[in-house]
Design a protein around this ligand. Structure first.
Ligand code: URP
Ligand code: ZN
Ligand code: ZN
Length: 471
């Protein structure tokens, strides 16, 4: 079994920092050897005899990032998100993410298990890093409800539902309640896209009818109050069904207030936000010459004042995860579908490559502590989605998913240098302090020496357990 010693770095985990060397044997972490103390003689000897040594002097050594919300090859609005599982997971590895959890999308009239097969066919044999699936339930009926248990047996125990997109993914309150009751019986978690889609569609129709068709209207027709209202409603339905609920891509202060109140009351309510809501704003949606289309995603980018609330929510754990909602559409020939009618712009933005960097920028800006960075980007998603302690921590026995991160490196984000299969960067020109130097996925260097060294198919499907925050 080949061994690697990651030497001289500072190990950062959710529980603290430690000057330590990390010994990897095969696919697993074999030992964490604090430099201030002498370790077991056997481990010391093994470290000295390691086949490969990675110098991490002056660098952080982190558990690999877990992006719990991606959409590779996702059908949306007559097109597909531009990253395949191959290109998207490669870009993720460049950015220090070693696990993604992607969404299998049930089309109306199809079964959940057939959907799962379809997503396995897309992903299996193509991923550079390990991956799991959530299931989007868009057709609630007796058969789908029954199949939720079969999905859990197949390692998929989180089910996303939509209060937005009437006629496409939308589920009524009654359907949501039924799915939540079913999830509750099995210990599964319902993930909610919480925007009041019925009201939004009226605002959208009014905007189009009065000739307001630019991308900024996407934001103006999806006001934060309608995210707050839907979030409260989702929480109420979850309470009645006694089901854990995880609010995805939370963007608005009003929604965060609803989450915080429910958590204070002791309900199993969790929420994630995304880097775009922390760093970008509705001003980006208002960029001229259709440039705003690059920033069309739902929920929309908000006014800047929401950002302070989101950073605070991350510190207080009312927001416990940061995922990307990576769903890239090329500006040139995909976002273009909505020129002259913002409601036809495919919803989604690229981001899987830069989550760790954009959160580290929060550390640099004094918004997050180092340990909290690791917690929201790796450890909590591992626990939330049944992967811990295999993932999300640097400890003996865990998968050797490890990132060597240079906290002082400077980089400028740009489509010219990123690895995502999309023709623009939402962060073009943004200067970042910090950069991934090396990414190991289950013991193998996939990014190192400035080059991609992985291969499609090395990533394995993760059969996940249940949410570990539930009592
Ligand atoms: O605009 C977005 N977020 N696109 C991806 C689908 C979703 O709702 O997560
Ligand atoms: Zn969504
Ligand atoms: Zn999404």
């Amino acid at each position: 079994m080949s061994t690697t010693l990651i030497k001289g770095g500072m190990v950062v985990t959710a529980s603290g920092t430690l000057d330590a060397d990390v010994l990897v044997a095969g696919e697993k972490i074999a030992a964490v050897l604090a430099r201030a103390v002498t370790g077991e003689a056997g481990e010391e000897a093994a470290a000295q005899a390691a086949d490969q040594v990675i110098d991490a002097t002056g660098k952080y050594v982190l558990p690999g990032g877990i992006d719990a919300h991606t959409h590779m090859e996702m059908p949306f609005g007559g097109t597909f998100s531009a990253d395949t599982f191959e290109t998207g997971t490669r870009a993720a590895a460049w950015g220090g993410t070693t696990t993604i959890i992607d969404f299998a999308v049930q089309a109306k009239g199809t079964s959940l298990l057939a959907t799962l097969d379809k997503w396995h066919a897309k992903a299996d044999g193509n991923c550079a890093i390990d991956y799991g699936f959530h299931m989007i339930v868009s057709d609630v009926n007796d058969a789908s409800l029954k199949e939720m248990d079969a999905c859990i047996e197949a390692g998929v125990n989180s089910f996303k539902m939509f209060m937005a997109y009437p006629g496409v993914f939308y589920a009524t309150d009654g359907e949501i309640l039924l799915a939540m009751q079913q999830a509750s019986r099995s210990g599964a978690t319902v993930m909610m896209h919480a925007e009041n889609g019925i009201a939004i569609d009226q605002l959208v129709a009014q905007a189009i009818a009065s000739g307001r068709t630019d991308p900024v209207e996407h934001g103006l027709t999806r006001p934060p109050e309608l995210e707050g209202e839907a979030t409260s409603r989702a929480i109420t339905l979850a309470k009645v069904a006694d089901c854990p609920v995880y609010i995805v891509h939370l963007s608005a202060r009003q929604a965060l207030e609803a989450v915080a109140a429910a958590r204070d009351a002791g309900q199993n309510v969790f929420a994630e936000t995304c880097p775009q809501y922390l760093w970008l704003s509705i001003d980006d949606l208002a960029r001229p010459d259709f440039e705003g289309a690059k920033f069309v995603a739902s929920p929309p980018l908000r006014t800047r004042d929401h950002q302070d609330s989101l950073w605070k929510g991350l510190r207080t754990n009312d927001l416990s995860v940061v995922s990307t909602d990576h769903c890239p559409f090329c500006f040139k020939d995909q976002k273009e579908l909505g020129r002259g009618d913002f409601s036809k712009i495919p919803n989604g933005m690229p981001g899987v490559e830069h989550r760790m960097d954009l959160l580290h920028q929060g550390v640099v800006a004094g918004e997050l502590s180092l340990t909290r960075w690791v917690e929201v980007a790796s450890t909590t998603p591992a626990r939330m989605f049944g992967l811990y302690p295999r993932k999300g921590v640097i400890a003996p026995g865990s998968d050797a998913d490890i990132v060597v991160y240079d906290p002082l490196a400077r980089q400028t984000l740009s489509a010219a240098t990123h690895h995502m299969n999309v023709d623009y960067s939402a962060y073009e020109g943004m200067e970042i302090t910090g950069q991934v130097v090396t990414t190991l996925a289950r013991g193998q260097v996939v990014v190192g020496d400035g080059a991609y060294q992985g291969s499609p198919g090395r990533g394995a499907f993760l059969h996940r357990g249940l949410n570990q925050y539930l009592v």
